[in-house]
Design a protein around this ligand. Structure first.
Ligand code: SAM
Length: 234
């Protein structure tokens, strides 16, 4: 349950030095005789991409080298899976000095705690790749894309930011597309722009779920939308 993982009380309480030590060296000075105290200038970098329900982290790994200066985080509710991603990132950092410093993972329930991690307009990309379908009508409220949760995602995304969704479940694909098209703060992104976006290709090719679907020659359903300004924001 939720009591097993810590939740930051606000985005400014997220400890970046744990996730991105290359950018945010932690200051530990327990040498009492050492007169010279070194306080590294805190980086102003913030997390800009979030992979919600990141699973085993395949997308993050591929995005890391595509956007080497962008900080990104995976959010995953399963403890063992989160630990796996942590180990995976550490191993990549060790094996490739200087690389993979911009990706990390946190164990959390994204349906509850996104506002604890990100400020208004902080994110430029959010990913919801192959989320659990929750087929039964009474479980639709557990879907990670819903009109209510889109309000929260719209708050978290900057104007112009992009939300990417993909699934192999046609019914869920329709649902996510309808939710996005029906929301006043999102507009669908057209085919031409999607084809030109290198990130779109990764949605199936980089994720563990996407690879599985491709192996089985399954169909996928994509819905990608841009955060637009509200009349109040313009
Ligand atoms: N996105 C990955 C991929 O495409 O390979 C994983 C897809 S997997 C089917 C869905 C993932 O979402 C699971 O790893 C699950 O544990 C995670 N998940 C489900 N509900 C979640 C929640 N409320 N918060 C965070 N992660 C969640």
């Amino acid at each position: 349950s939720d009591s097993h993982f810590p939740v930051p009380i606000s985005p400014s309480h997220v400890d970046y030095s744990l996730h991105f030590p290359h950018y945010f060296p932690s200051v530990k000075n327990d040498d009492k005789n050492n007169a010279k105290v070194f306080f590294p200038k805190a980086s102003s970098k913030k997390i800009q991409f979030a992979d919600i329900g990141c699973g085993f982290g395949g997308l993050l790994v591929d995005l890391s080298t595509l956007f080497p200066e962008t900080l990104m985080i995976g959010m995953e509710i399963r403890d063992k899976v989160t630990e796996y991603v942590k180990e995976r990132v550490l191993a990549l950092r060790e094996g490739n000095p200087g690389q993979y410093q911009n990706i990390s993972v946190v164990r959390t329930n994204s349906m509850k705690y996104i506002p604890n991690y990100f400020e208004k307009g902080q994110l430029s990309k959010m990913f919801f790749l192959f989320p659990d379908p929750h087929f039964k009508e009474k479980n639709h409220r557990r879907r990670v894309i819903s009109p209510q949760l889109l309000d929260e995602y719209a708050y978290t995304l900057e104007v112009g930011g992009i939300i990417y969704t993909i699934t192999d479940v046609e019914e869920l694909g329709e649902w996510m597309k309808n939710c996005l098209e029906g929301h006043p703060l999102f507009e669908a992104i057209g085919e031409e722009e999607l084809n030109a976006d290198p990130v779109v290709k990764l949605l199936s090719s980089a994720t563990e779920e996407g690879k599985k679907v491709a192996r089985n020659e399954g169909q996928t359903f994509l819905a990608v939308a841009r955060r637009i300004a509200s009349s109040v924001e313009t």
